[in-house]
Ligand binder design. Structure first.
Ligand SMILES: [Cu+2]
Length: 245
């Protein structure tokens, strides 16, 4: 990987050099032919500036090289979960239990909505510290509260369509969402230690990108139940495969 980038860097650097030489030459010719032509004049002045470029181009190449070599240590973890019914799609979360590092919650707040008296999505996995926006898309009033410790036993109150209330999740664990007007409504927020989680698609396939090299314990959450631990090793340059049985 690194050798490859060095090669790319070398060739692109060479090409930039050649292009610059060619460009300077044509500008000089144009300037000599018509020194008062404002286009030529400005492009000639442009050429003067461009002479300062090579080191910048090389610096940028090295920055790209550095970033790419850092990213190359992170790989994809993917696999399948067994869904009993199609309805179970969206009710499963696959996640790495614990990973080293400092993880910054997303600026874009994830949304938990209430549509036709159903929490949508059924389960929303979030990184600890994430603020979630709670919407109400129903024409009737809905309430959201939780008896869960991980959700500080909050009660966001009862509010109509169009109102958005927020909550920041700073405790790890499962937060059950209930509505004190409609007893059948039930949803979940799963507050996780790291951002390496996924909700499998309808075929039960999941994919977690950019997982750093290392050995991890993985788990699957399904309707309040947590699977046994599966251990995986993520190695540089290899996709890690894990099928939950
Ligand atoms: Cu409700």
């Amino acid at each position: 990987m690194i050798t490859q980038i060095f090669q790319m860097d070398f060739w692109s650097g060479l090409r930039v050099d050649m292009m610059e030489k060619q460009h300077n030459k044509s500008c000089s010719i144009a300037f000599a032919a018509a020194p008062e032509n404002p286009v030529c004049k400005s492009s000639y002045q442009g050429c003067g500036d461009e002479r300062k470029y090579p080191w910048l181009v090389y610096m940028a190449s090295f920055a790209v090289l550095f970033i790419l070599s850092a990213v190359s240590y992170a790989e994809t973890v993917r696999g399948t979960v067994k869904l009993k019914t199609e309805e179970d799609a969206g009710k499963v979360v696959v996640y790495i239990e614990k990973a080293d590092g400092v993880f910054i919650p997303p600026e874009k707040r994830p949304i938990m909505d209430q549509i036709d008296l159903i929490f949508v999505p059924y389960v929303l996995p979030v990184l600890i510290g994430t603020t979630v926006d709670f919407h109400n898309s129903d024409d009737v009033l809905n309430n959201i509260f939780t008896p869960s410790w991980a959700g500080y036993k909050f009660n966001l109150g009862t509010y109509p369509k169009g109102v958005v209330r927020s909550f920041t999740f700073n405790r790890l664990g499962e937060v059950v969402l209930l509505c004190n007007i409609h007893p059948d409504m039930e949803g979940y927020i799963l507050v996780l230690q790291n951002p390496y989680f996924a909700v499998p698609d309808k075929r039960g396939e999941y994919r977690i990108n950019n997982v750093p090299s290392g050995t991890y314990n993985m788990k699957m959450w399904y309707k309040k139940k947590i699977s046994p631990v599966y251990t995986i090793t993520v190695e540089k340059g290899v996709e890690a495969l894990l099928d939950f049985k």
